[in-house]
Design a protein around this ligand. Structure first.
Ligand code: G3P
Ligand code: MG
Length: 239
């Protein structure tokens, strides 16, 4: 399964519903996005801890209430044609994904208290996907955040994000009851994919933009791919 990175990859403003709709129009069935908490504890979709790079706001995202964040322009930085595109809440994202029948990988980007962030996000994910046939796959570089997710909503599938592969990280993913390991594509090999599968862990490779690399990872048996170029998914990855 191929996931459009930050909802629309490089083809639209990152982590916006415009990107999600573009990915859907391309025939993509799964997307990745980043989740943070507002000052009042509401899960919103944004990558950076600071607002400047991708929005019309200033300062730390975590210092602003959700009502302020949802008013920001998160489209103009990408192209003036996207001016007025909002920074979405998790609730808005869930409604659109469920309407379109799309899968999602929610990457938790914790601020200070990662465990608490994981717990709060898990409760909101459970609420927004209540009754859904397909639950979000929740990932994080933070083991603490994943531990918080497991405590608050153990039914949510989890994945540990890693830059490298080594036995300690694999053991950490297993200890967290993860379903998958999300690995920087440069750290993967056919042998690692086979080893992780042998341990019952699915493998996602991130962030893969070149068609030859996508093909090689498929030959190795990689299960999921995250890409800035969802327009380059062949039918096997897009499905
Ligand atoms: O999930 C893979 C990827 O999203 C991790 O990196 O910085 O784009 O969130 P980043
Ligand atoms: Mg991410």
């Amino acid at each position: 399964m191929g996931f459009a990175h930050r909802l629309g990859g490089a083809l639209a403003p990152e982590n916006t519903l415009a990107g999600l709709l573009l990915a859907h129009r391309l025939g993509v069935t799964a997307v990745e996005c980043d989740v943070q908490l507002s000052a009042d504890g509401v899960a919103v979709i944004a990558h950076d801890a600071e607002l400047e790079r991708t929005t019309s706001g200033n300062g730390a995202l975590a210092a602003h209430a959700a009502a302020e964040l949802l008013q920001l322009d998160a489209g103009r930085h990408h192209h003036p044609a996207f001016a007025g595109e909002a920074l979405p809440s998790l609730q808005q994202l869930a409604a659109t994904l469920r309407r379109l029948g799309m899968a999602v990988n929610l990457e938790l980007k914790p601020d200070a208290d990662a465990r608490r962030m994981g717990q709060l996000c898990a409760v909101q994910i459970r609420q927004h996907w209540q009754g859904a046939a397909l639950l979000p796959l929740v990932s994080s570089f933070s083991a603490e955040a994943l531990a918080g997710v497991r405590e608050a909503a153990p039914e949510l599938p989890r994945a540990l994000l890693v830059e490298e592969l080594n036995p300690a990280l694999v053991a950490q993913a297993q200890a967290l009851g993860c379903r998958a390991l999300h690995v920087c594509h440069r750290a993967l090999s056919a042998a690692w994919v086979a080893q992780l599968h042998g341990l019952g862990l699915a493998v996602m490779a991130w962030t893969v933009n070149q068609p030859q690399e996508m093909q090689r990872l498929r030959q190795w048996g990689v299960d999921m791919l995250c890409s800035d170029r969802p327009d380059r998914f062949d039918p096997a990855w897009a499905a």
